[in-house]
Design a binder for this molecule. Structure first.
Ligand SMILES: CC(C)(COP(=O)(O)OP(=O)(O)OC[C@H]1O[C@@H](n2cnc3c(N)ncnc32)[C@H](O)[C@@H]1OP(=O)(O)O)[C@@H](O)C(=O)NCCC(=O)NCCS
Length: 148
């Protein structure tokens, strides 16, 4: 076979590469992709915001659910109100809503300089850790929890 490889910045070529993998994936797993492409199985946002009594935002959680997974992207509580249960409440509300949607597992990742010790307090188990993820000495932690 005669072929060559070159660098590319072209979106059309990148789309052609994506299309090759899409075709492969759909051939290998037609049942999953057939279901995943249905509108009711698209990732569904699950976003929560916490306000104080002056109606100022003091924290929130941004996540989505799809099939059996709750995937948490952002969790934050303002510094002045930390350690008063707001973070736990946001997580519990998200998990409860995810269970209502049929989810069985939750996933979140966090950096070593963020809150790797917070999630075990909420019964999350360490699924993996990548050292020096930010190239500045901080590991990335992956946590999961069985919701059922
Ligand atoms: C992590 C964070 C959301 C926790 O929110 P919070 O409102 O302070 O947490 P809570 O008060 O609900 O704490 C729940 C439990 O976790 C513990 N906890 C809270 N923050 C913790 C931390 N950073 N490390 C270890 N344990 C922690 C609390 O002591 C409490 O334990 P207990 O119920 O067994 O006594 C908050 O500290 C924060 O926003 N941090 C900065 C941003 C960040 O790291 N976000 C997560 C990125 S993935």
């Amino acid at each position: 076979m005669d072929y060559h490889v070159q660098a590319t910045d072209h979106p059309e070529q990148q789309e052609a590469i994506n299309a090759l993998l899409r075709t492969y994936n759909r051939e290998r797993n037609p049942v999953f992709y057939g279901l995943r492409d249905l509108p009711e199985h698209l990732p569904k946002p699950l976003n929560l915001v916490a306000y104080d009594s002056a109606n100022s935002i003091i924290g929130g959680l941004l996540a989505e659910t799809q099939f059996e997974w709750l995937k948490i992207q952002i969790l934050v509580v303002a510094e002045q109100v930390r350690r008063r249960g707001v973070g736990r409440r946001l997580m519990t509300m998200a998990e409860d809503e995810a269970k209502r949607r049929g989810c069985k597992r939750s996933f979140v990742d966090t950096m070593g300089f963020q809150s790797p010790d917070f999630y075990p307090r909420l019964q999350y188990e360490l699924a993996g850790k990548l050292e020096n993820w930010d190239s500045h000495g901080h590991a990335k932690y992956f946590y999961t929890k069985l919701l059922a």
